[in-house]
Design a protein around this ligand. Structure first.
Ligand code: PBG
Length: 325
């Protein structure tokens, strides 16, 4: 296949050719839409660093879910900001906690959409760390039980999938055991397996009010320089019973997504995180980038790298654009 016998441009001449040889597609089927639930009613508080994204009270969470459901999005991912934070994350596993109320609200009005819940403690802790503190450090094993209890409380409220993101060792096994004991052996776990200590979570911490009060998360989240370690993390999660494995963030870790897809025989999710969203929105507002094309190109690259599902704040924008086609 050498020039001039082979001319790659022949199959690029027009959109019909391009459509026929396109290798990667992006559909609503691939999308999961994250939302932030806050106490109160009729609350729709803009998150300044994430244009178009809001903290929503449960009534508006239900409305927003109805909207994305109508656009064909199959799943939402819930985060909660509780009334009060403490040192033991009591809001995380309370039967009437914010996420539990949001799940019930959605299930009542929009039963036919998947509700995935983030299982972590940082939003519920006065210190903003993802686990129980012991002498100023996050105590891994003491955190496991609390995470399992949180997951079970989400399941009891009606969650369809739980997604543990605390990066504690053994968390998938602890959740699986807790869920099975509580009778939820059919409830899948989407494991944030390779979650990096990333600056791209910056805007999320405004949205979820979960910035650590001291230090950072590098003692539990992964070093951005490592990819073999991601494989070890995923191997553990698979052995402990993960049903879906996740790489997070997505765009700076496309190589890790590709390895996850090639080396494991499980569905792969990628989290197109807050900073990845905000960068495109900001550049587009400045007139420096075509925001819609930047969105398509980024999300397509995440799919091309091997992600089966993408958690993205762009989900309604993508769905709307697809519907208009
Ligand atoms: C909770 C959690 C975080 C994100 C998802 N779950 C923040 C963090 O680990 O600091 C980030 C999501 C995003 O940036 O969109 N631990």
């Amino acid at each position: 296949m050498n020039f001039p016998e082979y001319r790659p441009r022949r199959l690029r001449q027009n959109e019909n050719f391009r459509r026929m040889i396109r290798e990667t597609t992006l559909s609503v089927d691939n999308l999961i839409y994250p939302m932030f639930a806050v106490p109160g009613t009729k609350v729709k508080k803009p998150i300044t660093s994430m244009p178009g994204i809001f903290q929503l009270s449960v009534d508006y969470i239900v409305k927003e879910t109805q909207r994305v459901k109508a656009l064909g999005v199959p799943a939402v991912l819930l985060f909660g900001i509780p009334e009060e934070k403490d040192e033991v994350a009591s809001g995380a596993m309370a039967a009437d906690g914010i996420v539990q109320r949001a799940i019930k609200g959605i299930k009542e009005k929009v039963p036919d959409i998947l509700v995935i819940t983030d299982v972590c403690l940082c939003e519920y802790m006065s210190h903003g760390h993802c686990g129980m503190l012991e002498k100023g450090e996050v105590d891994n094993d003491a955190t496991l039980e609390v995470l399992a209890e949180t997951a079970v409380s989400h399941a009891r409220a009606g969650a369809d999938v739980v997604a543990p993101s605390a990066m504690m060792d053994g968390q998938i096994g602890a959740l699986r055991e807790g869920l099975d004991e509580a009778g939820f052996d059919n409830l899948p776990i989407m494991a944030y397996s390779a979650k990096y200590a990333s600056c791209f979570y910056g805007p999320f911490r405004e949205a979820a009010e979960s910035a650590p009060a001291f230090g950072d998360r590098r003692a539990y989240q992964m070093d951005p320089a490592n990819s073999d370690e991601a494989i070890r993390e995923i191997t553990l999660d698979v052995a402990e019973g993960a049903d879906v494995i996740m790489v997070k963030p997505a765009l700076a870790y496309l190589d890790v997504i590709r390895r996850a897809k090639e080396e494991f025989d499980l569905p792969v999710a990628a989290y197109n995180v807050s900073g990845e969203y905000s960068m495109i929105k900001a550049a587009s507002q400045m007139g420096w980038l075509d925001g819609e094309r930047a969105m398509w190109e980024s999300l397509t690259s995440i799919r091309r790298a091997g992600a089966d599902m993408i958690i993205t704040y762009f989900a309604p924008d993508v769905a709307q654009a697809l519907a208009a086609k």
